[in-house]
Design a protein around this ligand. Structure first.
Ligand code: HEC
Length: 196
């Protein structure tokens, strides 16, 4: 059987694929090299935590109670579910506690997993109160900087990017129908209601 030589189109296609792969490998190696040598972090950390004793216990209980099978917090857990990083900047400990024990009453929307059986996270409300208390403390101590993706407020000062996005995408009367979070008085603390 004679070998079929590659057609011009095939050569071109494999050539382009190959070039992409080489480019990806080289740029990854370069990025890692720069990162290893740089004394400044490449990404400014925007999440913070400073745990009380309760919060520290809570972080362990959070993993032991299988919350990480649906959630992510502090690099633990799954990316598929809701990330709870920075939660303490959006919710108070009281709100979190109320949600964990009475999810359907507390949540602003219909719940999917938290709530009575057969919902999958039904067991959460049945955990002992001291476990839930420590977990709520842990989650309320996860803070996000203003302007980061997990924070309720956009970056400080005027942002041309946000202005342009609003001009391009928001309906004309959005200002009357919704509250502009940038105009809300400085909170510093989570409002706890979860309403924007
Ligand atoms: C089976 C998946 C699943 C498990 C397990 C789970 N959760 Fe959730 N969690 C969700 C989903 C989905 C939501 C969004 C509300 C809903 O649909 O139930 C949520 C919402 C939350 C919220 C509200 C976040 C917010 O402000 O919007 C908190 C707090 C929370 N979960 C904590 C926990 C803790 C603590 C545990 C472990 C004890 C846990 N969850 C276990 C799926 C899960």
């Amino acid at each position: 059987m004679s070998k079929n030589p590659l057609k011009t189109g095939e050569k071109l296609m494999f050539g382009i694929f190959g070039a992409f792969i080489v480019l990806a490998v080289v740029s990854f190696a370069l990025l890692e090299m720069i990162r290893a040598r740089s004394d400044k972090p490449m990404y400014q950390p925007t999440m913070h935590f400073d745990f009380t004793a309760e919060g520290k216990r809570g972080s362990e209980l959070f993993r032991e109670s299988r919350c990480t099978s649906c959630h992510r917090a502090m690099r633990n857990g799954t990316n598929m579910g809701l990330s709870l990083d920075g939660l303490g900047s959006r919710r108070t400990k009281e709100w979190i506690m109320a949600f964990l024990t009475q999810p359907e009453k507390t949540y602003d929307a219909r719940t999917i997993d938290h709530g009575p059986a057969p919902k999958e996270a039904a067991y959460v409300a049945e955990l002992p109160p001291n476990v839930l208390n420590d977990i709520a403390a842990f989650l309320s101590e996860l803070r996000a900087d203003q302007g980061s993706a997990a924070a309720p407020k956009p970056p400080e000062g005027r942002s041309e990017f946000i202005d342009n996005m609003l001009k391009a995408w928001a309906p004309k009367d959005w200002d009357e129908r919704y509250t502009d979070v940038r105009k809300k008085p400085a909170e510093g603390e989570a409002s706890g209601t979860g309403k924007q």
